[in-house]
Ligand binder design. Sequence first.
Ligand code: 6GU
Length: 293
Amino acid sequence: MRVDIITIFPDYFGTPAKGAGPLGVSLIGKAAARGELDFRLHDLRKWATDVHHTVDDTPFGGGPGMVMKPDVWGAALDDVLTGTGAVAAASAASAACAPLARLIVPTPSGTPFTQGHAAAYAAERRLVFACGRYEGIDSRVVADARSAMAVDEVSIGDYVLAGGEAAVCVILEAVCRLLPGVWGNEQSAADDSFGGGTGEEGDPMRGLLEGPVYTRPRSWRGREVPPVLLSGDHKAIARWRRDEALRRTAAVRPDLVSQMISGTAGGAAILDARDRTVLAEAGFPVDGESMAH
Ligand code: 6GU
């Protein structure tokens, strides 16, 4: 997969080709070293046309802060997408590339980024990230790009970052571990919290947070590993893990349990009698009508 990142801070990402920085280490770095990921960093200021390399201006209508200029972003996107550098070639040239790339614009006013987005991005051949700073990018840039390609404005959470660079690292880490060959242990990716967010039916842990995990020693500072995990009874272990996942999800993400019960993640029908007992104990009585058998 090719990944282009347009930013006024290319140094933020280090030097992935030298194994340094957030894209050069760990799983992502190894995938890049194997050639499965091809990172291209672009300094937005390269497309600024004045002597000061200005990329922002005051907002129309007044108000605080600065807005990133559409002409600079338009030129950058045209160039990165087509490789021609022709600012005016815009729509026709971009359209020719449309099936090849998806544009991702990290912004606190975007759609919440989910495991579902990560899975969709992992299936793309090419991703282009546009990192905004200041009060954001002139809104016509995304409108214009949408006429030629898929564009996602995504937020990584309900807080405000100074720019999109950290969000790009978060998104890429979520995406890259789903690429074939990057993770190595595909079952782990499928089992973890939100691993079923890709919508796989029949994943028993779909929509639940991961419960507690343990390794050796069996006894540590007077704390024992739950005996069921040492029992060798795989059915009992799977049941215990599901109980714990249900309890944890009910305790820290009641919104996810409500979603599960109301149908967004498969509905109350995916809950068996034991699930209902555990949820009821955790304060979530589930209507018995659609119980699974
Ligand atoms: Cl994607 N960008 C910025 N600047 N702030 C954010 C964000 C993204 N997601 C949450 N806050």
